[in-house]
Unconditional design. Sequence first.
Length: 355
Amino acid sequence: MSRDIGIDLGTANVLIHLKGRGVILNEPSVVALDKQTQEVIAIGNEAYEMIGRTADSIEIIKPLKGGVIADYDIAEALLVLFFQKIHSQRWFTKPNVLICRPSNISEIEQTALVEAIEKAGGGKIFMEEEPKVAGVGAGIDLLDPSGNMVIDIGGGTSDIAIISGGDIIQSTSLKIAGDDFDASIIQYFKDKYKLLIGERSAEQIKIDLASAVFIENQAQLETKTLKGRDLVSGLPKSINVTSNQIYEAIHEQLAMIARAAKELLEDTQPEIASDIMEKGILLTGGGALIGSIDVFLSEYLNVSAIRANQPMSCVAIGTGIMLDLIQSGKLQRTNLSWQQKVARYFSRLKRRLIG
């Protein structure tokens, strides 16, 4: 029996929604590889736990960058193994798959996504733009003709879109997101405190303390201990860190996202802008969990910004809703364009010649 599945193939995490069961997989987009044999040792949660703790013979790879495939073979292996994980029983036919993509990716990048899903075991494949699906998962009714705005801050990209009548009418995509926040946090403590921390430590301190606004009241400041290596002595070192330090590390990147959202709003038709003013802006993705980001964006944009329920799962949940709409005939499938078909043909030809 075929089961429809939706995939949020994120830079930081892969989420898979199985029709009738909801989100059944949510694991990091990480692969551990044996450098000598090129054999996959671990994926997902198991590989993530190995970050910063591996021998020189093991390489940790994140095959997705900026919302697109950076390492095709590793991404394919990751998907194959995730597909195997969710097969609680043998499927008689390949599942239909809805895959999400960032707003502004090339035809070649889209083709790579489709090919990877096909090789992993997908049947009929169709694509939707990620901010639209995130909006649906957050509660937007695609059949409603009025305007809605979504800011989806993921691991590799921040997608900002204005949606009306089931379509994205304006959008922009920035390669500024969760991974960049982590990198800025690492650099901040390296420069200011001569403290070297790893990716996992940076991500965890972001989750624990990140704030989009500077906290004036010292009594409200949260404090955590951050551990790393002293770049001067080379010895282990720990310091106490507050939310304001994480704010200093990431506020410029948050401001860039806010400026992009403002530019999109300023170019919006008056009626649509009025709808957005009335409904507010939906915040989705892992970045929506940053402390007071709704306050920061509301003040910057002069429009209420609302953090969605389960912001990290909105895309995956949205795929399930859209699969139902497609099956009921209320929503058309998004088929491959002729450019994508041509790109896929030459991509396959190239692989046959090389391999």
